[in-house]
Unconditional design. Structure first.
Lengths: 330, 330
């Protein structure tokens, strides 16, 4: 019985962003078609300065693959003290017909890729078709990944960016302009950046520095990425009152997405969440109705996105004869 | 960053039963010394004729290892249709200082080994010192494993065995007599077997065929293995009324061990559980008080047993230079 091993470099070469976007769309559709089993994730929090590790499990009936992603993060001393990255990941793929282990791959890139793709999927589904300008609050790795993904599906004319760290902002501008040739305007304030947005992306750590509701102009599509845990926050919850709210998973977003805040403040009720994005992709529910609507996509990230993305990588590896086989059972 | 890969054959050669017993004792002590983090396990049930797969996570502060065991079972068509075992397992070991993946090993043998060892640990701690005769209700793989483990820690003079399938019973007798040289008496009834026991081991599937309370003679030590899920049962719960009840984990056994039944029937209360076995090993609570006492050890199996057992295998592999290194991250 052979198990395919894929290292990080191989994983990186085995999938392009277009394919990740396709895989994430497939994941969202599957989730809203009763094709998915996703138990609660489990994890262990270690004492600072160590971070945590969590394990996300997903079964997709459509591909008959069970995936398990172990994902660690928040170990600042790893690079200097131990010579390893501060966050790592491992993905196991099982053939759901037998539960045989068919693949072990490095999983450190996949969370970033599929999270980037989720923003792009929401832009395709919900943003105004004449959107040209993106505002990026936060300028770290995921802020770049969002641009990389959205750049695959529309022409971005200009990016307005803000970060509380000026050095991070300048570096983002230099990197984005070099890699994508898209001009980046470094905003003097969050408000100035937000007011420019056709599409507003937030990828901060969600530790309090929020976007005010009245900065957001009609017609904006919001991609809310940074809030993925109880207590994190990137927006004044008032923004939800008159917006069309779309989430990846109602269950997850009510608890740990940006949507937790308007719900707990009774600004919206649970049935005020318009849709899960898979329902829109499946045309079970309508998307944007007018150019004046503010749409919000609240993304917390689902195991099934890891499943479809890593399965695509596995399939590409088999097809391209990439990787190393190992027999755990002779 | 190197990850050690170990296949099933290597795992099998890397640990002896004496070491597994030591590892399980260490696990029980650690569990009752605030050295263990064990989140709830997660799993996926597939439609028959497929079985299930579950994922058990454990962190032991004493060895700074986080283990995750994926374990599948109940796929009867696997061998004939797919050429793979009906149950399989994979264990990941992470260095808890960094969460780097240090080992991926086949995990299909470890559950059997550490469950066998758990019975032996309980015999050392709770059985009468003059115990000579073992009764085995159930004659499958785990029934053999219990003998293999107990044979390491005491002299077994005679085994009385019963199984509802006569062929399984004869095969057990032949195998045990050949492998260990211990005479096996094939009992004509469960009652006849139980009445002979100094130590009574049950390893059935827990599907109803129970041991009656008044068959059990004073002084017997019971090793209750088969009940590891809600609804399974091997004993008349009346047996708990006057016995000294020891469990691996009160939380687990109250819910899915044999102890669930006397609790739900109010035959004992939760504080009628005498101890977790780690407390006895640590001398925090007394063990057997007299030769007349009936002692019960209810084992549901804990992630931390997988942790200490697989860590010992890993350490032996590193020491003996066994296995194959793979770099998931260059």
């Amino acid at each position: 019985m052979k198990t395919l091993l894929l290292n990080r470099q191989e994983v990186s070469n085995l999938i392009c962003m277009k394919e990740v976007i396709g895989a994430v769309e497939e994941a969202y559709r599957a989730f809203n078609s009763n094709q998915v089993v996703q138990p609660d994730h489990i994890g262990i929090d270690l004492h600072p300065p160590r971070g945590d590790i969590d394990f996300k499990l997903g079964y997709y009936k459509g591909n008959e693959i069970i995936s398990m992603k172990a994902s660690s993060g928040g170990f600042p001393n790893n690079p200097t003290t131990y010579g390893v990255p501060s966050g790592m990941g491992t993905i196991l793929l099982f053939d759901a017909r037998t539960c045989a282990l068919i693949c072990v791959m490095d999983g450190s890139l996949i969370t970033g890729l599929r999270t980037g793709a989720s923003g792009a999927v929401s832009v395709k589904a919900l943003a105004r078709k004449n959107s040209k300008k993106i505002t990026s609050i936060g300028t770290g790795n995921q802020a770049r990944m969002q641009i990389r993904a959205i750049n695959e599906i529309m022409k971005i004319e200009e990016i307005h960016a803000w970060d509380h760290t000026p050095e991070s902002l300048s570096k983002y501008k230099a990197d984005i302009e070099r890699e994508f040739g898209i001009p980046v305007v470094m905003a003097n304030s969050k408000q100035e950046a937000v007011e420019q947005a056709d599409i507003l992306i937030t990828t901060t750590r969600g530790k309090g520095s929020v976007v005010e509701a009245d900065w957001v102009k009609p017609g904006t599509h919001i991609v809310a990425i940074g809030t993925d845990a109880k207590g994190k926050q990137e927006f004044d919850p008032e923004i939800f009152r008159n917006a069309k709210v779309v989430v990846d998973s109602i269950m997850q977003c009510s608890e740990k997405g940006e949507t937790q805040h308007p719900l707990s403040k009774n600004i919206i009720a649970k049935d005020g969440i318009h849709a899960e994005i898979g329902e829109i992709l499946l045309s079970k529910k309508p998307g944007r109705k007018s150019d004046d609507e503010v749409t919000i996509f609240d993304s917390t990230g689902m195991a099934i996105q890891d499943n479809t993305t890593s399965t695509k990588i596995y399939q590409n590896a088999i097809e391209g004869k990439v990787g190393t086989f190992f027999e755990f059972i002779e």
